[in-house]
Design a protein around this ligand. Structure first.
Ligand SMILES: O=C(O)CCC(=O)C(=O)O
Ligand SMILES: [Fe+2]
Length: 367
């Protein structure tokens, strides 16, 4: 039996340590990290998410959208543009996510972000701890804040930073080593603004809405938060998850990964998001489900742990501005499609309260 010690350490105690440190010390995973049973029969790609390219029917089904095609939106629209827009609409309706290629960020810059992320986590604990947070705080280096009793813990460490609006940055948490970290993150944020603008406009057009409608709901002081995730190797990937199943509370999230591990739940199965080095994975979160009156789905996703490889990812959460009311677009409500959601504000806070209890919060926004 994994991690049976007497008395079992409490979540507060475990979360004050880093998973990476436990692995370095050769510690057995404590029981509180166990979050799945060992015969999870719902793996869509049939191999527990290892590679996802085993030649079966479930391989690589996550839609791929060429944002380059969608960035040329001058009328008259080309057939290619119309087709890509339809593909985008269908991807977000059925999957709630897609792999974006042609997004305008160079592969070498994406490699640079992966590199500084790895370099940060590969430093000695002493260096990383300069940016550490307590077990109740959000921003900084550490683990998620302590969840409600009975909730399992994630086999990962992370660095969480508010990046937009820029006047909200707390630079004391921004790593000074590797030395290029801050500049690379600032540049990535600028590029993310362009990607989210392009994505928000394309999504609106795919729904026959005015192209700026979502951007207006996000507001001028829309929020971006970067979460750098480090998933250490794990001896028991059959029992322990890198990140437990959840849907995001943002508007939508843009994820950069270096290895497979992320899975999306669709049609009662888990599908591994394949590794496409030059792609960004764009995932609808609850607030886009609300703004689209349920047309786009906010999918449940999770991250597997792996005994052979560690993994990093960078998730950029794009969220409507603080205190701003958001709600279903008028153009998506009529007699045939009734209003499903109310107007809400600061939904991400509500979401977090439920997340801590292992629950979704979307029902709190239903009419
Ligand atoms: O690591 C990943 O690929 C996903 C991370 C994620 O879902 C999150 O940070 O909310
Ligand atoms: Fe997530």
């Amino acid at each position: 039996m994994v991690g049976v010690s007497d008395p079992a350490p409490a979540a507060e105690v475990l979360l004050a340590k880093r998973v990476q440190e436990m692995v370095l010390h050769g510690d057995e995973p404590p029981a509180l990290y166990i979050s799945r049973d060992d015969h999870d029969a719902t793996d869509g790609d049939g191999d527990g998410g290892g590679g996802g390219d085993g030649g079966d029917n479930f391989s690589s089904p996550v839609p791929i959208i060429d944002m380059g095609i969608l960035s040329c939106s001058e009328e008259p629209f080309t057939k290619e543009y119309e087709e890509e827009l339809l593909k985008l609409n269908s991807a977000l309706h059925t999957w709630g996510c897609f792999q974006a290629i042609g997004h305008g960020i160079s592969s070498s810059f994406l490699d640079e972000i992966r590199k500084v992320t790895r370099e940060f986590f590969e430093q000695p604990m002493e260096e990383k701890n300069k940016y550490s947070k307590t077990v109740v705080e959000f921003e900084g280096y550490g683990a998620d804040p302590v969840p409600e009793q009975g909730q399992s813990l994630d086999w990962s460490d992370r660095l969480f930073l508010d990046v937009c609006p820029p006047d909200q940055r707390k630079l004391q948490f921004w790593p000074q080593t590797p030395t290029s970290f801050r500049d690379v993150l600032s540049e990535y944020t600028e590029k993310m603004k362009i990607v989210t603008e392009l994505t928000s406009k394309a999504m609106a057009k795919s729904l026959n809405l005015e192209e700026n409608c979502f951007l207006k709901q996000f507001g001028k002081r829309s929020i971006m938060q970067a979460r750098f995730n480090y998933y250490s190797k794990c001896q028991r990937p059959d029992l322990i998850l890198g990140l437990k199943p959840h849907a995001d509370g943002s508007g939508y999230t843009v994820i950069l990964q270096d290895e497979v591990g992320l899975q999306v739940f669709n049609n009662e199965k888990w599908y591994t998001v394949p590794k496409i080095p030059h792609a960004l994975f764009i995932l609808m979160a609850d607030q886009m489900e609300i703004m689209t009156n349920g047309v786009f789905k906010s999918p449940v996703h999770r991250v597997l742990s792996n005994s052979e490889r560690d993994r990093i990812s960078v998730a950029m959460f794009y969220t409507p501005e603080k205190g701003k009311e958001i709600g279903p677009e008028d153009g998506l409500v009529d007699e045939k499609r009734l209003r499903l959601f109310k107007k809400v504000k600061d939904y991400a806070d509500t979401h977090w309260g439920y997340y801590q209890r292992g629950m979704r919060a979307l029902h709190t926004a239903q009419v």
